[in-house]
Design a binder for this molecule. Structure first.
Ligand SMILES: O=C1C[C@@](O)(C(=O)O)C[C@@H](O)[C@@H]1O
Length: 230
């Protein structure tokens, strides 16, 4: 499982600083959570910041994510705003991966369109789905992960919120069943209750473990249950 540190700074300048700080940390990847940047972002300053983050990452791959509010992120975007923003990101920069939200993009057809566009530019595709209050049945989690794969995900990702141990087991079962069929995925049961899905992610086919640097802030929707890294 690759260790990935999300950069959740609120400005472009801070994002660069945070990315540089990770050079000494034991991580294999970075995720730039662009939704955490406050205010409007100008195209030229965005591209400059990206170039610096890319440099700071060295040969570690970077995931670019624009997480909408209903999916646990900071940006409130309509379906058309989300799709337009992703098209812009995909056409202006070339990260290793782009995170495409199943819910944020509005339809499987829109996910497919963005995924095709990204792949043509050599960008890997993570298709993601988050539920901030609930965990589906194992079979539904399996089907969801497979559906994401078939509509264009290189790596399908789900994060569900458990309300009991049984919910954590549902996530584990659903992910394991999907892993047998489609290979690499990311499956997270959020919060302390779900921590073993992060610690023992390998056993259910999870290929990326999102972690937070020691002392970094707590975000109630994004990093509950994440392991800490020095
Ligand atoms: O989707 C995820 C998973 C995550 O929310 C977590 O709980 O580790 C962290 C996010 O930055 C990432 O985009």
């Amino acid at each position: 499982m690759k260790i990935c540190i999300p950069i959740m700074a609120t400005s472009l300048e801070e994002s660069i600083i945070e990315a540089r700080k990770t050079t000494e940390m034991k991580c294999d990847m970075l995720e730039w959570r662009m939704d955490c940047i406050e205010g409007k972002i100008r195209s030229d300053s965005f591209i400059n910041a990206w170039n610096e983050i890319r440099k700071a990452a060295g040969n570690r791959p970077v995931i670019v994510t624009l997480r909408t509010k209903t999916q646990g992120g900071k940006k409130e975007l309509s379906v058309s705003e989300y799709n337009a923003a992703l098209r812009k990101i995909i056409s202006e920069i070339k990260p290793a991966y782009i995170d495409i939200e199943l819910a944020g993009s509005g339809s499987d057809a829109n996910v497919r369109m963005l995924a095709v566009m990204a792949k043509k530019r050599g960008i890997g595709v993570i298709v993601s789905y988050h539920d901030l209050s609930f965990t589906e049945e194992a079979r539904d989690i399996e089907l969801l992960l497979c559906r994401m794969k078939y509509i264009g995900a290189d790596i399908p990702k789900v994060a569900f919120t458990p309300n009991s141990e049984e919910d954590v087991e549902k996530l584990i079962r659903g992910a394991s069943l999907a892993h047998e069929k489609i290979g690499d995925l990311i499956a997270i049961s959020m919060g302390e209750l779900g921590q073993k899905t992060r610690k023992e992610g390998d056993s259910i086919g999870s290929c990326i473990n999102f972690v937070k640097p020691v002392g970094s802030g707590y975000d109630e929707n994004s990093n509950t249950g994440q392991m800490e890294i020095e």
